[in-house]
Design a binder for this molecule. Sequence first.
Ligand code: GLP
Length: 256
Amino acid sequence: MEIIIQPTAETATNVAARIIAHLLREKPDAVLGLATGSTPLLLYRQLIAMKLDWRKVTTFNLDEYVGLASTHPQSYHGFMWENLFQHVNISKRNVNIPDGLTKDVPKFCAKYEKQICAAGGIDLQVLGIGTDGHIGFNEPTSSLASRTRIKTLTPQTRKDNARFFGSEAQVPHHCITMGIGTIMEARQNLLLAFGKNKARAIAEAVEGPVTAMNPASVLQQHPHVTVCLDEAAASELKLTQYYHWVYDNKPAWQQL
Ligand code: GLP
């Protein structure tokens, strides 16, 4: 894992944006896995400002709430179009987001997995992290080998996400999410976390044991993970000075 700690969310996001920009310039038909939530908002803003060419890019989103139409303002469809897709030259047919209204969830999920494979697999997956360590919507105790499927949100996650809905009662109980096994097959994972409320989840994920109680900890077993943090999210890490030294002394050939 490469742990990059920056003074602010803005500067940490800038590192992540440069990694994605580099990929899209090297591989114009890259397959990106994308995330929602407040964490990647800055990233999407920076990517839009970079005026990259998205014509040949294919995207797969991590998750969607079950029961929300794509036109619902809090759906992840709505989020992605509002905050990224409508501002770049991506082709609508290359955008893939789980269908929260599918009548046959298992069939839809199996098809989503097949579509990822048919696209050549995900080159780079953007991840946020829940306060309980979830990635996508893979809540604690999710199978570390899980594939795209239905999941039930924990009370903590519904509470955390209530701010987007007005009240907790309006937050759906179910979602469709890529599995942890699906995420682990991405060729690179780029995890972003900002703020003090993510510090414990990050410390457990990066320096704790690999456990389904903190699903993000499984990323320790992935060969190419970059974690971009602000100082607050990094505040419970033990090897902070080491991570800083590593980043500040990267050999030139390793830098972007
Ligand atoms: C949400 C999403 C995750 C996201 C996480 C953190 O529920 N399903 O993909 O990473 O929770 O959200 P936020 O970035 O708003 O803190």
